[in-house]
Design a protein around this ligand. Structure first.
Ligand code: CO
Length: 146
């Protein structure tokens, strides 16, 4: 099995602060990590849910893919699922050999120092899939820290 775990569920939102406040109020959530990803045109907030995260994504510019998705969707919603894999480069080779529709041909930087690659929803039952490989050092450090 290439997919090891659900790393995160990505929500596209129009207002990150309001989305965080909603989760704080509704579920008693706290934000574990925040980051601005200029390449993707998003600001994110990660809320830990067990071993996984809820990833709230607000577009930082009108031409970002998440901005266009919000427009098409008519508002916020589930944007993608992030699955953890052990070796992203090898996984992409395997998927390429199967003829999978890759959005990213090669692993690229994601948040938290991870490397990521997206698969096109047309080849994945309508779901935008993100593959995530955590850096070995981060994983070892967080294991030690508990
Ligand atoms: Co993601």
């Amino acid at each position: 099995m290439l997919l090891q775990r659900i790393d995160h569920v990505g929500y596209a939102v129009e207002d990150l602060e309001a989305a965080i406040a909603h989760h704080e109020r509704r579920y008693g959530a706290t934000v574990a990590h925040r980051e601005r990803l200029e390449a993707d045109g998003v600001a994110e907030a990660l809320i830990a849910v067990g071993e996984s995260y809820l990833q709230l994504l607000e577009p930082t510019r009108d031409d970002s893919p998440v901005a266009r998705w919000l427009e098409r969707n008519g508002g916020p919603g589930v944007h993608h699922i992030g699955y953890g894999v052990a070796d992203l480069a090898a996984t992409l080779e395997d998927l390429r050999a199967q003829g999978a529709r890759l959005v990213d041909e090669h692993p690229r930087p994601g948040s938290r120092g991870c490397t990521v690659a997206f698969l096109h929803p047309k080849g994945e039952l309508g779901v935008l899939v993100e593959l995530v490989e955590e850096p070995a050092l981060t994983r070892a450090a967080s294991d030690t820290a508990g």
